[in-house]
Each structure stands twice: as C-alpha cells, then as structure tokens.
Ligand binder design. Structure first.
Ligand code: GDP
Ligand code: MG
Length: 392
C-alpha cells in the first residue's frame, strides 16, 4: 500500500513526510528542495487485537497497533505540471503507483501557486485543491489520449471493449479493472464507439478515473497560522474529500522530543506527557504551545490524515495472518507478527496474495481465529480479523 503526498511547493509535504517516517529529510523554505522522491515507511493506527485474545504482542503500543504503509514525498507541483512545467511530468510519474493521495495544502493561504510566501490569507486553499485536481486530471488525460485515433481504429478492428482498452492504457498506474469499468459506466462511455470519444468526454473520464481509482484526502497544513480555520471550514463546504487540519511542524517537533526522551507521545494521541525534569524554558514554552494547539485542532493531524487516507479514502481494513491458531503466532512463535491492510470486500485469498504470491497460488482454505471456523471461498474479511491460511 502506497500513499503519495502531492501538493505545491512550500506547503509542508517534506515536513509531513519527515514527521510520519521520522527520517530527517531536508526541510527548507525554497523551491525544489526535494528533487528525488523520498520513499519511506509511515504507520496507521489500529486498535490492536491482542486484548481480544489475551495474548501479548511486541508491536502493540498501549493497545494500539501501528500498521506500516509506504509513503512517497515528491517535489512540489506547479500549475502546468502535466505539461512538464517545473519538472512536473517527472514528479507526476513518480506517483503512478500510489493507491491514495494525500493532498497537502497550505490552509492559511500564505503561499502563492508557485510556493512563494505571500502572507496568511493571501491565497485561497480551495483554489489550491482545484489546481491539484486539474493537474492530476490532465496528467491522466495525456496518458489516456496519446495517439488516440490510432488506438481507437485498432481497437475497433480487434473488437476490443472500452474497459480493456482504457485498462491497458493505464497499465503501470495501478488501476483495478473494476475501477476502470465503474468510471466508464459513470460517464456513459462504456458502450460508446471509441471513434466518438472527443477531448471533452475523455477529460470527464479522466476526472472520474481519478475519483474512483486514486482517492484522496486533504491535509490542511499550517493550521496554526491565522485564517486557516476559516479556510478549512470553507474547504469542507466546497469539496467532498475529508479535510483534516494539520500542523506538520508540531508533529515533527513531538517525534523529535520523543526520540530525545523528553516526552512520551503516541502518534495520533490528543496530548503527550513530559517525562524529563530538566527542560529549558524555551523548550517548555514550545511544548506548551503545541499542547494548546493540539487541544484546539484535535492532535497535530498528521496521524489523523494518514489514517483517513487508508480507512476513509482507500476503504482499507486491517487483518492479521497467523500460523498457530492458539498462540496467534508465526512458525517461530512470534505473536501477531504482521498486520496487513486490505481493501474492504477482500477475501482470505486476497490476503494470501498480499502476504506472498506463492501462498495465493497454493491457497486451499482459511480459518478464522475467533470462531475457529473454516471460511467459505467468497468470505468477506472484516476489520481486525485474524486468520490462518492453509496452503497445500
Ligand atoms: N506554520 C507552519 N509552517 C510549516 C508547517 N509545516 C511546514 N511548515 C513550513 O513550511 C515551509 C515549507 O516546508 P516543506 O516541508 O519544505 O514544504 P514542501 O515544499 O511542501 O516539501 C518550511 O519553512 C516549514 O517550516 C506547519 O505545520 N505550520
Ligand atoms: Mg519538499
């Protein structure tokens, strides 16, 4: 599972990335500091299943299990990115494999579309979300529409259906066939002759493809600055996606303080505890400010945005494969060794595919650890299910 951070320059993508992964990437107030994509591991929160079974697993933190997801931070997009402006093409291509996008926007409106600082309240973040969407739509349109006449002729000759043609076109972008089919039906193109697809129709298709195949949430960053909360209210009225107030800088400060042993903080919690006696006045002041902010916006929002991307936008659930149904362990006795994210409506065989291709090939059946019952082949997994997969 791959989450892609998208947004213009200087909105705080790299700060968000550094906080989520606790990697020290470059955070600077100038354009294109992130030329190579940063690839790291972030975690989403899930209520650990260990207490349901009275077992103890080493990865549980106070009842919370942190489930890994890959996170990609690419350099900022500028208007016209799909045309190659500001290396936009390259950055967009880095995002091909993303399952979900986290649109990072400057909720305070203090940066212009090029990422230059213009002061809080100068720019409308609703426009920012719109421009990001447009760039993604036109990027998809470009991929879709390249040499379309030729493609349409060939497809008619071979009597290929629209779903196969579009799915083939988008190979490498991680689109599921059923997502493509759904988008085609939604815009009424599923049975329309491919010769009759004009630019306007294809743009509508690109937009719908983005919505069904590349879902997103909005991380409304810099929520500590003036104007941000009123802008967030407006954004919530104007767009369908979840809009989460975020202060990435605060999360980064907390994770650093945590690694220095100054505080005890579980990412996503609404507060933290100071655990050291000797704290400088400046540091204590900074922490007090962060605490106040967290009370106002509900945590720092970084963890909340990651969780919303996986649970709300992607529709993910967390499931645990085990080998030993009594100890809930793997072969070597490690309790609840892995937690995986799968899409809602996944079956145990889909889980097997994520664990290992070989396990899916040799899949025989699965057993639910709670009921000890054998699961039917079309059984739909639920969030926090623990299953043993039997292969032959
Ligand atoms: N006020 C405020 N500034 C932030 C926040 N997060 C990042 N910044 C600042 O925004 C600027 C750009 O951050 P960076 O992460 O490099 O942005 P990127 O270009 O989108 O990767 C830096 O000066 C950060 O310190 C935040 O939550 N609040
Ligand atoms: Mg950056």
């Amino acid at each position: 599972m791959l989450l892609g951070l998208v947004g213009k320059t200087n909105v705080g993508k790299s700060t968000f990335f550094a906080a989520s992964t606790m990697l020290d990437v470059e955070v600077a107030n100038r354009p294109f500091t992130t030329i190579k994509p940063n690839h790291g591991v972030a975690y989403i929160r899930s209520q650990c299943v260990c207490s349901d079974f009275s077992v103890k697993d080493a990865k549980c933190v106070n009842g919370t299990r942190f489930v890994p997801v890959e996170l990609l931070d690419v350099a900022g997009l500028v208007p016209g990115a799909h045309l190659g402006r500001g290396l936009g093409n390259k950055f967009l291509d880095d995002l091909r494999q993303a399952d979900v996008f986290i649109h990072v926007v400057d909720a305070s409106g203090s940066t212009d579309p090029q990422g230059r600082f213009v002061g809080p309240g100068s720019y409308d973040p609703v426009d920012e979300v719109q421009f990001l969407r447009n760039e993604l739509d036109f990027w998809l349109l470009d991929i879709l529409g390249r040499d379309w006449e030729k493609t349409a002729k060939l497809a008619t000759l071979k009597s290929l259906d629209a779903t196969s043609v579009v799915h083939g076109r988008l190979s490498g972008l991680g689109f599921q066939r059923d997502a493509v089919e759904k988008a085609l039906i939604d815009v009424g193109l599923e049975s329309k002759n491919l010769d009759a697809w004009n630019e306007e129709r294809m743009l509508r298709l690109a937009k719908r493809l983005r919505e069904v195949g590349k879902p997103s949430v909005v991380a409304a960053n810099k929520a500590d600055l003036p104007h941000s909360m009123e802008n967030i209210d407006r954004m919530r009225g104007a767009i369908e996606e979840a809009v989460i107030p975020v202060v990435a800088e605060a999360e980064l400060a907390l994770r650093k303080a945590q690694s220095l042993g100054i505080i005890k903080y579980i990412p996503g919690d609404l507060g933290f505890q100071i655990v050291t006696q000797d704290l400088s006045y400046e540091r204590a002041e900074a922490l007090r400010k962060i605490e106040k902010l967290m009370g106002r916006i509900g945590g720092t929002g970084v963890q909340q945005a990651l969780d919303a991307a996986v649970y709300q936008a992607y529709g993910g659930i967390v499931v645990y494969p085990v080998e030993d149904l009594n100890k809930l362990s793997d072969k070597s006795g490690v309790v609840l060794p892995d937690a995986h994210i799968v899409k809602q409506c996944s079956t145990p065989k889909d889980l097997a595919r994520i664990v290992h291709t070989e396990l899916a090939e040799k899949y025989d059946y699965a057993i639910d650890a709670r009921t000890k019952q054998r699961l039917a082949s079309d059984h739909i997994l639920k969030d926090r299910d623990v299953v043993k997969i039997i292969a032959d």
